[in-house]
Design a binder for this molecule. Structure first.
Ligand code: 5AD
Ligand code: SF4
Length: 475
């Protein structure tokens, strides 16, 4: 066991965006642990400030540059502090950033995570070399930029032996993400991901299972398989271009069976799954595997066929509902969630009403709803019939109001039931209070004097609001 005082330096990380970015931050922290960096929440005491950025919606660069403006005085006071931008804004806008914020030391893309320790060394060497020769802040060299996608034809690897000891100490987590596929080949017309994350590449099944076994041995109970489109998992490894040319094979479904066979895994979730290549094989996995939770995020984006077509989603409203039907047949109580974009170019009042009616029909447990935001370089930027901002605002509000009523109704209907709740973390605001999730993914505040993180408890639901259920452990 390495000594605690080995961690001589401190890293402050700010993360924006999706679960993929959260998982990337964890990997960066693990790699930084191998070169003596320990995380801190105090930006003022950091030796290294790392901003892991998201580019999915508008003003990403603007927000980042304004955050960097706040951090600039720290760098002026102490030029030895290393300032880095990682993630999707770095990948997409490195040139503009290098000009706009030249005092940043390093700009790296999502495929540079494994190289982080060696890149850091290079920056430190540069700092040292500049000492005494120039004022290293004001004569600052331009940032070191590296945003190349890995050149491998197929597959990628995330070593799992880099996890430093403190990482497990501070984490103590019950639920963990495991990356299984990166990139996306779908090219939805609104989305930057295929450009910021590159083409789909899968991790070898053996490596994924090794990581799952490692996590379980550390006490993790719930595994969340992560990818921009998990349904495509493994297709690159078997030389198929998509699910329809895979000769009836679905490596993702095979992976679910394998993960389910790992002793100690209690719950399995996965995200994100694209409806266009959701197959009956995957519905069968829901039927066969009780560890796969009773919750499912299936992004629909719109309820109008015309808009779905313009979005290049490759399914119709009816096809979406048909796939939902396959799952509801084997899991009648399953809780669906979704992503929706309002105000996509050309969205008429009728198209929006089609989305509203789909949401009402689906009875989602919850939704993530966004106003369409123009992304440079994506095909939808060229559509001339952009929707005015005020209309987007109104539609978003209406949609959220409809969903809030549904979520509240579903939560209130839980009162009186007994649910199996996996306890995830302590409630910091109240004594003897914990938070966990039901199998359907509903958040539950549980009252008990027993330390119970990682336990699955039978909980009687006594109250509910829009955000959470409240319950007591059954005796
Ligand atoms: N504008 C608004 N929302 C977007 N999303 C992706 N791109 C855009 C965009 N240009 C949303 C989609 C996706 C989620 C992760 O972000 O709903 O599923
Ligand atoms: Fe973006 Fe579409 Fe790929 Fe999802 S499936 S990451 S929305 S391009």
């Amino acid at each position: 066991m390495q000594q605690q005082n080995q961690y001589l330096k401190k890293v402050y990380v700010q993360t924006w965006g999706c679960q993929m970015n959260v998982a990337d931050t964890e990997r960066m922290l693990a790699h930084l642990g191998t070169c003596n960096y320990k995380p801190t929440d105090e930006v003022n005491e950091a030796d290294f400030i790392l901003l892991n950025t998201c580019h999915i919606r508008e003003k990403a660069r603007h927000k980042l540059v304004s955050r960097l403006g706040e951090l600039k005085p720290l760098k002026e006071k102490n030029p030895d502090v290393i300032l880095a931008i990682a993630g999707c804004v770095a990948q997409a806008e490195s040139e503009a950033l290098a000009k706009e914020v030249p005092f940043v030391d390093m700009i790296i893309g999502p495929d540079q995570i494994e190289q982080l320790p060696s890149l850091l060394e290079e920056v430190v060497r540069k700092h040292e070399a500049s000492k005494g020769i120039v004022d290293s802040f004001h004569n600052s060299f331009s940032p070191f930029v590296l945003t190349k996608f890995d050149g491998k034809e197929k597959g990628y690897s995330i070593p799992i032996d880099v996890v430093p000891p403190f990482y497990d100490e501070i984490k103590n987590e019950v639920s963990r993400y495991v990356n299984i596929i990166k990139g996306c080949n779908n090219f939805c017309t609104f989305c930057v991901v295929p450009y910021t994350r590159g083409r789909e590449k899968s991790r070898l099944q053996e490596e994924i299972l090794q990581e799952v076994n490692h996590l379980v041995s550390k006490g993790v109970k719930e595994i969340i398989l992560l990818g921009q489109n998990v349904n495509s998992y493994g297709l690159d490894l078997i030389g198929a271009t998509d699910i329809h040319s895979s000769g009836g094979k679905m490596p993702f479904s095979d992976l679910l069976y394998e993960v389910s066979n790992v002793q100690g895994v209690e719950r399995i979730r996965f995200t994100t799954s694209n409806p266009h290549d959701f197959t009956p094989t995957l519905a069968k996995a829901f039927e066969d595997l009780p560890k796969v939770t009773n919750s499912f995020h299936l992004a629909v984006q719109s309820g109008s066929d015309r808009i779905l077509d313009r979005m290049n989603r490759q399914y119709t409203r009816n096809e979406y509902l048909e796939r939902v039907g396959w799952i509801r047949k084997v899991r009648p109580q399953i809780a669906f969630s979704t992503d929706i974009i309002v105000g996509f170019p050309g969205e008429s009042q009728q198209d929006f009403e089609d989305t509203l009616s789909l949401v009402e029909e689906m009875k989602y447990a919850f939704i993530y709803a966004f106003k369409y935001s123009i992304r440079k370089g994506t095909p939808a930027t060229r559509f001339h019939d952009q929707v005015p901002e005020e209309i987007k605002d109104k539609r978003l509000q209406l949609l959220l109001d409809v969903q809030k009523k549904e979520t509240l109704k579903q939560n209130l209907a839980e009162i009186g039931s007994v649910r199996e709740v996996l306890i995830l973390y302590k409630n910091r605001k109240e004594e003897d209070s914990w938070y966990g999730r039901t199998n359907e993914g509903r958040l539950v505040k549980v009252q008990t004097s027993m330390p119970c993180i990682g336990f699955t408890l039978s909980v009687k639901i006594e109250d509910a609001n829009l955000i959470a259920l409240v319950g007591r452990v059954c005796q």
